[in-house]
Write a protein that binds this ligand. Structure first.
Ligand SMILES: [Zn+2]
Length: 78
């Protein structure tokens, strides 16, 4: 009974994989390229690279987090 369940799971996985491949063939869309890659910036405190839309802006520069903006003794420009 244990093995029957295992075989059923394996069959389900194979069926799901086949289904996924068929869907990919019928729909040649490229979701990765449709989104424009955001510009990479460097954190002024630790030097890590991160997307511009995730950056925290300060009066002196851009940071990876509010913690690093505070650590660099910078403040929100607003
Ligand atoms: Zn940082």
């Amino acid at each position: 009974m244990k093995y029957l369940f295992l075989i059923l799971v394996v069959l389900l996985v194979i069926w799901a994989l086949k289904r996924g491949r068929a869907a990919n063939k019928s729909k040649p869309s490229e979701p990765a390229k449709s989104q424009a890659p955001s510009e990479m910036i460097t954190c002024a405190h630790c030097g890590i690279h991160l997307p511009n839309d995730e950056a925290v802006s300060g009066q002196k520069g851009l940071y990876c987090s509010t913690e690093h903006r505070t650590a660099a003794q910078d403040r929100n420009p607003d």
